[in-house]
Design a protein. Structure first.
Length: 297
C-alpha cells in the first residue's frame, strides 16, 4: 500500500533543548506530526537545517514551504538568535519573527522571538507560543498560567498581554538532586506514591522544603523509608516550595503534559487554589498560526 503524500500549506516547529517536534499544517489545523531527539543541545548552529530536513523532508515539494518555529531554535546557542520582546506585551506578534536564509530553497524559515523581563531579570522561549494559543481560545482570561517542566513558568496575564513572569528551576533541581546528590542513594529511579507526594507538598507549602531534603536520606537510614515514597516526597517538597514562594492568582490554569499537570493540580488544591489544566500540544500550533497570520486564526 502506498501512503498518500502529505502536502502541508506550512510547517509548525516546536524546537526544544532535547527534542524537535514538527507539525504539517493545512490552514490552522495539523494534519501530521513528526518528532526527533535532535534538540538544540545536540546541535551546532550549522546542524539545525539538516536536522529539520531529516524530519520534514518527506513533506516538502518542489516549491517553497513556510516554516514557523519557536523555542530554543532561537536561543543564542540555536540556529540563530531571535531577540526577545519585553513584557508587558502580547505573547506573539506577527511581523516580529526572525527570517532566516536557508540553504535549501524549499525552506522559508521564521523564528518566533521569546519574551524577556528586565526587573527581575527573566526570559522564556517557546512558552510564549503556548500562551498565545491559550489566549486565542480564552481572550478574556486574567490570572496566572503555570507551565511546568524543567523550568516551570508562572505567567501573569491580563488584557491579552503577558504582564510579568517568574521561572522556577523545579524540574532541573529534582533531576540534579535525584541523580547527583546524596539523595540518589535513597530514591527509586521511577514510580510515584500519591500520599507521599502530598506529604512533601505540605512540607514545602509550610516552608520546610530545604529542611525536608536531607530528612529523606535520614529517614531512609533510620526508618527504611520506601524509595518510591522518597522520590514522590522530593517532588512534592520542590513543587510545594515553588507554590509557597509565589502563590498564583485564584484564576489559575496549568498548561503541560498530563502527568505533570495533574501533580501541580494536586499541589494547588492543597494550597487552596482550584486550578484547571489544559494540554500544551494543540496550543503550540494555534500560537504559531497566530505568529504567521497576523493575530488571527
Amino acid at each position: 500500500m502506498v501512503s498518500a503524500r502529505i502536502t502541508p500549506d506550512w510547517i509548525a516547529v516546536d524546537w526544544g533543548t532535547s527534542a524537535l517536534r514538527a507539525f504539517a499544517m493545512r490552514g490552522t489545523a495539523p494534519i501530521a506530526e513528526a518528532v526527533s531527539a535532535e534538540g538544540m543541545a545536540s546541535l551546532a548552529p550549522d546542524g539545525f537545517e539538516p536536522a529539520l530536513l531529516r524530519l520534514v523532508g518527506p513533506w516538502l515539494g518542489s516549491g517553497t514551504t513556510p516554516v514557523i518555529a519557536c523555542g530554543m531554535v532561537g536561543a543564542r546557542q540555536g540556529w540563530a538568535e531571535a531577540p526577545y520582546r519585553p513584557v508587558p506585551c502580547p505573547p506573539v506578534a506577527a511581523g516580529e519573527t526572525l527570517r532566516l536564509r536557508a540553504r535549501d530553497p524549499r525552506l522559508a524559515v521564521e523564528i518566533v522571538p521569546g519574551l524577556c523581563q528586565h526587573a527581575p531579570a527573566d526570559v522564556m522561549r517557546g512558552e510564549e507560543t503556548q500562551i498565545a494559543g491559550f489566549l486565542a481560545g480564552e481572550p478574556g482570561f486574567a490570572g496566572t498560567l503555570i507551565l511546568p517542566g524543567t523550568h516551570s513558568k508562572h505567567v501573569r496575564v491580563a488584557g491579552g498581554r503577558v504582564t510579568g513572569f517568574t521561572t522556577w528551576m523545579t524540574g532541573e533541581l529534582f533531576a540534579l538532586l535525584a541523580t547527583h546528590s546524596v539523595l540518589r542513594l535513597t530514591l527509586a529511579p521511577d514510580g510515584t506514591d500519591p500520599a507521599a507526594f502530598r506529604h512533601g507538598v505540605r512540607q514545602g507549602l509550610d516552608g520546610g522544603g530545604l529542611a525536608g531534603l536531607f530528612a529523606l536520606r535520614a529517614e531512609a537510614l533510620l526508618a527504611g523509608l520506601d524509595p518510591v515514597a522518597a522520590r514522590a516526597r522530593l517532588s512534592g517538597l520542590l513543587i510545594g516550595a515553588e507554590l509557597a514562594a509565589q502563590p498564583p492568582a485564584q484564576d489559575c490554569v496549568v498548561i503541560g503534559a498530563e502527568a505533570l499537570a495533574r501533580a501541580y493540580l494536586d499541589a494547588l488544591a492543597q494550597a487552596g487554589i482550584a486550578a484547571r489544566a489544559i494540554g500544551a500540544g494543540a496550543l503550540v500550533c494555534r500560537g504559531l498560526a497566530l505568529a504567521r497570520n497576523g493575530g488571527t486564526t
